[in-house]
Design a protein around this ligand. Structure first.
Ligand SMILES: NC(=O)C1=CN([C@@H]2O[C@H](COP(=O)(O)OP(=O)(O)OC[C@H]3O[C@@H](n4cnc5c(N)ncnc54)[C@H](OP(=O)(O)O)[C@@H]3O)[C@@H](O)[C@H]2O)C=CC1
Ligand SMILES: O=C1OC[C@@H](O)[C@H](O)[C@H]1O
Length: 376
């Protein structure tokens, strides 16, 4: 199969899974991109197949009908937002069939699965992008560029926290490590520090704990501390948690100055990512407008499809994060430091990727079996 060519002026998207992030963030942001449109929904929930599909004027399909959809001319691309362990199940056949794929983070639950998804994309030439919404967020891109250009001197260390209390009903609470806080939230500090240092870690160590009476069905540590050693004697550490109060921050310290970003990972109405720098003891704060990060990533990916450009946050970027998560898992299981083969990725975030779409208002209520939960 060869990659789908766009015939109209908009990329037609099929949404796979109508969960929280699809309903609250991706779907409401598509219209204002101007270069993207939704035409199909793939869901296991009959209420979503009916009500969510009609809200956006979409053709709906069950998971069992996915192959049928691949044979029809209804979409050019998919946005896949199933739980992590189901990403390959939809991404691989879609890419093989020539459909472009915007795949939610983390890319999958093993390097082997990530590689299979990359192979499928290379086989047909269809574009693959991992939905790293912060790769299109102006404050993030600006700070990462300053770090790499030496504004803070020789970067020495990175430190971060990301915490969010998790509802015991959420799918993340029911499985193993791969639905736990390291793949779910650790993606953010891991991806941030790789782009801040423009480098890949060579050693990983980790400690995890389980909060007493946490009420989660799944077998995973709910608070995890990770240390990453980078070439050039640089270090990064972060803590992610499903049981602490919501909090997020990262700090980068160099020989000449430092940056402190807070908030740094989240999105949504009113969330303005902001950072303060301190260089030669002079403090300055940088705050950008609140942007719709989902519209931004969708606009960029559609542009890549239309103009035949390899997306910056492609499958390699996703795999390199999952490679670290696999090492964290081993470090937690064995209590031992894990070595990673030295690697250097040739691409990194670019400020030209910034997109400034106004934040859309998410719907007040979710449709379907998740409807008891408020849209975030
Ligand atoms: N980029 C970002 O900022 C964010 C990314 N994400 C990523 O998006 C993905 C989905 O997350 P989110 O929307 O929060 O998850 P939800 O639990 O809210 O939704 C997941 C959806 O997947 C479908 N599904 C299919 N099989 C299962 C299963 N066994 N258990 C639960 N759901 C199933 C359901 O959709 P249906 O009923 O339609 O079949 C369900 O509603 C994850 O990979 C996550 O990491 C999540 C939040 C933020
Ligand atoms: O942005 C995010 O923050 C909360 C997480 O649960 C989610 O999966 C993640 O992508």
């Amino acid at each position: 199969m060869t990659a789908k060519k766009i015939t109209g002026d908009k990329v037609r998207y099929g949404v796979v899974a109508g969960g929280n992030i699809s309903q609250a963030a991706f779907m409401p942001g598509v219209d204002q991109t101007g270069n993207s449109v939704m035409t199909a929904l793939v869901t296991s929930d009959p209420t979503k197949a009916d009500e969510l599909a009609s809200k956006y004027n979409l053709k709906s399909y069950s998971y069992e009908e996915f192959d049928k959809l691949l044979q029809e001319d209804v979409v050019d691309a998919f946005y896949i937002a199933t739980p992590n362990f189901m990403h390959r199940q939809f991404a691989e056949p879609a890419l093989k069939a020539g459909y472009h794929v915007l795949l939610e983070k983390p890319m999958e639950v093993s390097v082997e699965d990530c590689q299979a998804i990359i192979n499928a994309s290379e086989q047909s030439g269809a574009k693959l992008m991992i939905a790293y919404r912060l790769h299109f967020e102006p404050a993030t891109l600006e700070l990462q560029r300053k770090c790499r250009e030496g504004d803070f001197g020789d970067l020495r260390f990175f430190s971060s926290i990301f915490s969010q209390p998790l509802d015991t009903d959420n799918h993340r609470a029911k499985y193993d490590y791969w639905a736990g806080p390291v793949p779910d939230m650790g993606t953010y500090p891991i991806n941030a520090v790789r782009n801040v240092f423009n480098s890949e870690p060579i050693e990983v160590s980790a400690t995890g704990i389980r909060t007493p009476d946490r009420g989660f069905e799944g077998d995973f540590d709910d608070i995890v501390q990770v240390t990453l050693k980078f070439p050039g004697e640089r270090i990064a550490q972060f803590v992610v948690s499903y049981t602490g109060e919501s909090s997020e921050r990262y700090q980068v310290v160099g020989t000449k100055g430092m940056a402190d970003m807070k908030p740094c990972y989240f999105f949504g109405p009113g969330v303005k990512l902001k950072y303060t720098t301190s260089i030669d003891k002079k403090e300055e704060t940088f705050e950008h407008e609140n942007t719709d990060q989902f519209s931004g990533e969708t606009h960029y990916f559609s542009e890549c499809i239309i103009q035949n450009i390899q997306p910056e946050c492609d499958g390699e970027e996703g795999l390199l994060d999952v490679r670290i998560m696999e090492a964290v898992k081993k470090a937690l299981e064995t209590g031992e430091k894990q070595k990673l083969a030295p690697l250097q990725r040739l691409r990194t975030t670019q400020e030209s990727q910034a997109r400034k779409f106004p934040q859309v208002t998410p719907p007040k209520h979710m449709i379907g079996k998740d409807s008891d939960k408020p849209a975030e």
